[in-house]
Design a protein. Structure first.
Length: 378
């Protein structure tokens, strides 16, 4: 009797909680990230117009889209899309945010270009570059994006990739390792290789990207560990090309082949292609990645710039359309003299343009670093 009463109480509490959530979703929310683009572009008028709408592909809502800006006070953008529909159905919110973040006009069109033969030159072979890594995100049309994808859709995407990856040949052939039921030896090796993506990121949790963890997620890599695919992390696919040294052109060429191979294999198995929008390029769950969805980076030693000052390096990178980070990632901080230098832009430029910008910019930083070393007696 007691157990039954307790069960009824739990059910009652759960129903009340769901009702509370519905009320919260209907009321114009308090946006804690007051300086975010969400706070600037989501007003009560837009909220009242869009709050009851659910997208067709994954049943996504505006409340889910802006959850991070409501929950946290440190967001710059603060919004995620749950499917391609989100960008269309909630265009009154997404369009001005995207245009302001990427600095594009309302009538802009995106052009993609993955032709590595168009690159001019490469990183100076004398530059102290430890490694080169270029990644893109890709998502299959007809399925939800990470913030809104249903459990079944996520499993379907994983199964599509499993089938596709068996057809990879040559230097792209390898093995897929699902996170569910992963062998401990395999897990430890992926950790040691810095390949494993983990749960626990507060943003991804609140945005809904870690639902049903770790089902439907996994990692593919080739034998040389120079080609990787993360399946169902922040995007359905994160396709990565990387190797030691500064051969950016070689890394980009492999990436172009890898993207085409993954895309062709998925299409052969499902008849579906990657989401590609005329205005916003390749569609991603985070609007900051729209366009190329590409981050091309090198790890390079810059002792002269370190002595000159990290703030001055950041300012110089801004002038060169580059973005410097510590080698421990976006929020990992900076230690020593090694920096992760990447392209700043994603949308409004082709992939070839962004990689060329990175090559030219890193060569400039290296040349300037030599002068700064002399200046500081290093």
């Amino acid at each position: 009797m007691l157990a039954s009463t307790r069960g009824s109480f739990k059910l009652s509490y759960y129903n009340e909680y769901k009702s509370y959530l519905r009320v919260i979703q209907m009321s114009f929310p308090t946006i804690k990230s007051t300086h975010s683009l969400v706070a600037k572009h989501v007003n009560k008028e837009k909220w009242d117009k869009l709050k009851n709408h659910k997208t067709k592909t994954s049943g996504f809502t505006l409340a889910k889209a802006i959850a991070c800006a409501v929950e946290f006070d440190n967001q710059h953008c603060g919004i995620y899309a749950g499917d391609w529909d989100s960008y269309k159905d909630f265009a009154d919110v997404f369009d001005p945010i995207i245009q302001e973040y990427h600095g594009i006009k309302a009538d802009a069109k995106h052009t993609s270009d993955m032709d590595a033969t168009k690159l001019k030159g490469n990183i100076n072979p004398d530059a102290p570059v430890h490694s080169t890594r270029i990644r893109v995100g890709r998502n299959i049309d007809g399925y939800g994006l990470s913030a809104g994808i249903t459990k079944q859709q996520r499993l379907d995407v994983e199964n599509l990739f499993k089938s596709a990856s068996k057809k990879f040949t040559g230097d792209l052939s390898g093995s897929y390792y699902p996170l569910t039921g992963m062998d401990e030896k395999v897990r430890q090796q992926l950790v040691d290789d810095h390949f494993l993506f983990m749960s626990g990121d507060p943003n991804l949790k609140v945005a809904g990207m870690e639902r049903d963890w770790p089902e439907g997620r996994g990692i593919f890599h080739n034998k040389e560990k120079s080609f990787l695919v993360w399946v169902n992390e922040e995007d359905q696919f994160r396709i990565i090309s990387m190797q030691k040294g500064g051969d950016v052109k070689g890394v980009f060429e492999r990436l172009a082949r890898a993207i085409k191979t993954v895309g062709d294999s998925v299409k052969a198995n499902s008849g579906k292609e990657f989401m590609l929008d005329e205005k916003y390029g390749y569609v991603h769950t985070c609007p900051t990645n729209l366009g190329t969805g590409m981050r091309a980076s090198v790890h390079i030693d810059l002792p002269g710039w370190t002595k000159e000052g990290v703030d001055k390096l950041k300012a110089r990178c801004e002038e060169l359309a580059l973005q410097p980070r510590g080698t421990r990632g976006e929020s990992g901080g900076q230690t020593g003299v090694t920096y992760d230098i990447s392209n700043k832009h994603r949308l409004g430029y082709s992939e070839v343009q962004l990689v060329q910008t990175m090559i030219d910019g890193v060569n400039k930083l290296y040349a300037e670093d030599l002068e700064l070393k002399k200046k500081h007696g290093l």
